[in-house]
Design a protein around this ligand. Structure first.
Ligand code: FES
Length: 103
């Protein structure tokens, strides 16, 4: 018997997160387990936020490169998610790099 394949591929390590806010673009190293919102704050930015539980949509931004996993989403419609909108307070990067724009 072979061991079953792991349900989640753990070979992808996020290395860098690029965030655009107020026409400023900054790329920072990613610390495992941090949300995009926390990463933006660690980078010295002051991104918009409010509830931080995925309900209000204040922290939404557009993902233009890479992938994230949203832990909770009670704010965005399916078509908004399809267009690349994410709730940064609930998003964990799942690709080597990501780029997020607060618009
Ligand atoms: S701060 Fe409310 S959904 Fe992220």
């Amino acid at each position: 018997m072979h061991d079953p394949a792991p349900a989640v591929a753990d070979s992808v390590v996020t290395e860098a997160v690029t965030i655009e806010l107020n026409r400023r673009s900054i790329t920072v190293a990613y610390n495992d387990g941090e949300t995009v919102l926390q990463t933006a704050r660690m980078a010295g930015l002051q991104p918009p936020s409010s509830c931080e539980i995925g309900s209000c949509g204040t922290c939404m931004a557009r993902l233009t490169e890479g992938c994230v996993q949203m832990l909770n989403n009670d704010a965005l419609e399916a078509d908004e998610v399809a267009e690349g909108w994410i709730l940064t307070c609930q998003s964990l990067p799942t690709s080597r790099t990501i780029r997020v724009i607060y618009e």
